[in-house]
Design a protein around this ligand. Structure first.
Ligand code: FE2
Length: 258
C-alpha cells in the first residue's frame, strides 16, 4: 500500500537532518520499516541558517535514489523544500529557486519560526496564493504562538492554506500539550495529513504508521484513509480540501450552579 511522506530531512549534510550518506541510508530503511513507500526530501531553505538551492536538492535526491536502488531499499524519493516564511520568498519564486511537493508547483511546505507567526504572514500568503501556490503549513501544533492562540491557524486556513501535523506530535513524543493540540486540530478537521518531519535525532523515530493507527482508533479508519489519500494527492498535485470547523472552546464549569 502506498504511503507518502511529504516532509523529512533525510538528505545528507545540507541542513539539521541527516549528517552523512550512511545516516541517510539508515533513515531510509527506518522509513520503509514504518510503511513509507514515497518520500519528499524537504531540507530547510530561506530560514536564515540554511539556503538550499533547487538544483542542489534535485542533484542530491537523484544520487540518493540511485543509492537506494542499488541497495534495494524500496523507497521512491522526490526533491522538495521546507520553505521558511521570509521577505525573500517572492524573489526566490521569481528566480525559480523553490521546490514544491508536486511537479506542477501547486503545493509548497511553509514553515514559521518556532515561536512566532510573523505579522506579515497574511500578506505573504496572499502573494503566494496569487501565484496559484497552496502553502501547506507545517506542524502548527509545535508553534508556541499558535499553542497559546490556536485560532491563528483558522485564519491561515481561511486564506486557503492546508495543514500538516507531525506524526510524532500526535502520538505524544513532544509531550501532552502538543499531543492535545494535535488532537484538537484533527478533531476540527483543520489538518490534511501527517508527515514524519524525520531528522537524525535521538528519541526521534519514524512514527507515521503509529499515528495513522491512533487516528484510526480515535476517529475511524475512514479518517486514516483520508490522511493517506491526501498525502498522495498532494504529491500528485490533485485537489485536497479541508472540511473544517472552528475549534470548540471549552466553557468554564460554573460550580456554583445546580
Ligand atoms: Fe521540517
Amino acid at each position: 500500500m502506498v504511503l507518502v511522506d511529504i516532509h523529512c530531512h533525510i538528505l545528507p549534510g545540507i541542513d539539521d537532518g541527516s549528517k552523512d550518506w550512511q545516516t541517510s541510508m539508515k533513515l531510509a530503511k527506518d522509513a520503509v520499516k514504518d510503511g513509507i513507500t514515497h518520500a519528499v526530501m524537504t531540507p530547510h531553505t530561506l530560514n536564515g541558517r540554511y539556503l538550499n538551492h533547487k538544483e542542489d536538492v534535485i542533484r542530491l535526491t537523484d544520487n540518493f535514489q540511485k543509492m537506494l536502488d542499488e541497495a534495494k531499499i524500496p523507497l521512491t524519493v522526490f526533491p522538495g523544500q521546507e520553505v521558511r516564511i521570509s521577505g525573500d520568498l517572492p524573489q526566490a519564486l521569481d528566480d525559480d529557486d523553490i521546490l514544491f511537493l508536486d511537479e506542477d508547483g501547486r503545493y509548497m511546505l511553509l514553515e514559521f519560526p518556532s515561536d512566532d507567526v510573523p505579522a506579515y504572514s497574511k500578506d505573504m500568503i496572499f502573494q503566494v496564493m496569487q501565484r496559484s501556490i497552496t502553502p501547506i503549513i507545517v506542524h502548527p501544533e509545535r508553534n508556541s504562538r499558535i499553542l497559546k492562540n490556536p485560532s491563528i491557524l483558522q485564519g491561515l486556513i481561511e486564506q486557503g492554506c492546508l495543514v500538516q501535523i507531525t506524526a510524532s506530535s500526535y502520538v505524544g513524543t513532544f509531550g501532552k500539550e502538543i499531543e492535545e493540540m494535535s488532537r484538537k486540530f484533527i478533531e476540527a478537521g483543520q489538518c490534511a495529513c501527517f508527515a514524519s518531519d524525520a531528522h537524525d535525532l535521538p528519541k526521534r523515530d519514524y512514527e507515521y504508521s503509529e499515528a495513522l493507527q491512533k487516528l484510526s482508533n480515535e476517529f475511524g479508519s475512514e479518517k486514516a484513509q483520508e490522511y493517506r489519500d491526501n498525502a498522495q494527492a498532494i504529491v500528485n498535485g490533485d485537489n485536497v480540501q479541508l472540511n473544517w470547523q472552528p475549534l470548540t472552546t471549552k466553557k468554564k464549569k460554573k460550580f456554583w450552579l445546580f
